[in-house]
Design a protein around this ligand. Structure first.
Ligand code: AMP
Length: 398
């Protein structure tokens, strides 16, 4: 995929109506309060740029999974209110997406103003990438800007479909994602070390194979590692293990061996009898976990081993927690690795979600190169897949 895309800087937006796709899929509690506003904060630079450049801005986003119909639980009202506070200007929320209210507001909007359409997933056509729906959205504007990296791996109307009808460029968030990740992948500082964790091998087969093609060392931790240990005839007790993926794990181990890539697995693990936050914990050999006990975290020797590879790394890509970090007692390895990545001095890219949260919780956000705003999208980028929401944007002239 071409990583050189035109951005908002490359086109004249003065006096134009700009339809911008943001990712405002933000957690909201039962009282309608935002519990995490990072995605709103992340969109501010592009929105401010458009406003101060004299554009009339029409914001489109989804929130949650309303399943294609109006549901007040998923209104963007709390988002519009917060955005208005942060930008210190009115943000008018239409009470529909392509209905009368949206028609009226988008017709009347003036340069320097912001209108937000209601949750685009109130229409089932959105996720079907329905051409008529895309065309209707596009009819509100002169230019399309995609700044929703987290949904750019989806071919939906508002993330890709509209680009067929309007000049299409990216905002600053997507620009940063593709330039940092693209650069790290095309010309990585070496050694290039990847750390993968999380629950399932099946979710990560594609990305691990892609990493084996590119990295010098691939570290496999988290619950996923138990399937690899089992494939090597280890005893994994009651640990989560995908028995139907043993051949996949064996194949990955073989590919790493043939490609001369170091594939690093845990030496010791923390196990418990029950899956609970304060269960008694024991450190055991990773390949000899006792019957009746299951893995919850990486052990101390493993943490030290993983850290050794991170210390000299030139580039680090990290995705997925290494233990049951939701329970404080078993968050140790995820925290230690977050610290090691931050202290490594390497070009460091943190995939979204849990690993990003661990880095932020520890206050290390400023010490890593890039925290991706999209877990799934960043993995697909690493895999070398074409992301519809990015592929649809105009290529840069350079
Ligand atoms: P994922 O959604 O694939 O990123 O997986 C995250 C989940 O995997 C988390 O909810 C963790 O509790 C779980 N997990 C990660 N590491 C381990 C581990 N070593 N043992 C058991 N569960 C784990």
């Amino acid at each position: 995929m071409n990583f050189n895309k035109k951005t908002v800087r490359d086109i004249d937006v003065r006096g134009k109506k700009v339809l911008i796709r943001c990712d405002f899929n933000t957690p909201i509690d039962e009282n309608g309060h935002l519990t995490d506003e990072r995605r709103i904060q992340g969109a501010l630079p592009t929105l401010r740029y458009l406003i101060t450049s004299g554009a009339a801005v029409i914001v489109v986003s989804h929130l949650g999974r309303p399943k294609g119909q109006y549901n007040p639980k998923y209104t963007l009202k709390p988002v519009a209110n917060r955005l208005s506070e942060l930008l210190k200007m009115p943000v008018t929320l239409a009470n529909d997406v392509i209905g009368e209210d949206a028609d009226r507001l988008c017709a009347a909007i003036q340069p320097g103003e912001i209108v937000m359409l209601e949750n685009v997933r109130f229409h089932k056509e959105e996720e079907k990438n329905d051409p008529a729906f895309s065309q209707k959205l596009a009819s509100y504007a002169d230019v399309y800007v995609n700044d929703a990296f987290g949904t750019s791996h989806r071919a939906h109307s508002s993330t890709a479909g509209v680009a067929a009808y309007l000049p299409a460029v990216c905002g600053f968030l997507i620009e940063k994602e593709i330039s940092v990740i693209g650069k790290a992948l095309t010309n990585p500082a070496r050694p290039f070390v990847a750390i993968t964790g999380g629950a399932k091998v099946s979710d990560k087969i594609g990305v691990i194979n892609a990493l084996i093609d590119q990295c010098d060392t691939v570290i496999i931790g988290g619950a996923m590692s138990y399937t690899f240990l089992r494939a090597l005839s280890g005893e994994v007790g009651n640990s989560p293990c995908e028995l139907d993926k043993l051949d996949v794990a064996a194949d990955i181990l073989m590919r790493a061996l043939e490609g001369n890539v170091r594939l690093v697995l845990p030496d010791d693990v923390v196990v418990t009898k029950e899956f609970s936050p304060d269960a008694d914990a024991y450190v055991v050999d990773a390949r000899h976990m006792p019957d009746g006990m299951g893995g919850m975290d990486m052990g101390p020797r493993t943490i030290e081993k993983f850290k050794r590879y991170l210390k000299d790394a030139g580039t680090v890509v990290w995705n997925g927690p290494l233990g049951v970090f939701e329970f404080d007692k078993f968050a140790g390895s995820t925290r230690e690795i977050a610290r090691a990545v931050a202290e490594s001095g390497a070009v460091s890219i943190i995939g979204g979600g849990d690993s990003a949260a661990a880095i932020e919780q520890l206050g290390f956000s400023d010490r890593v190169t890039h925290i991706s705003t999209g877990g799934g999208a960043s993995l697909e980028l690493i895999e070398g897949k074409e992301l519809p929401g990015i592929a649809c944007l105009m290529d840069s002239d350079e």
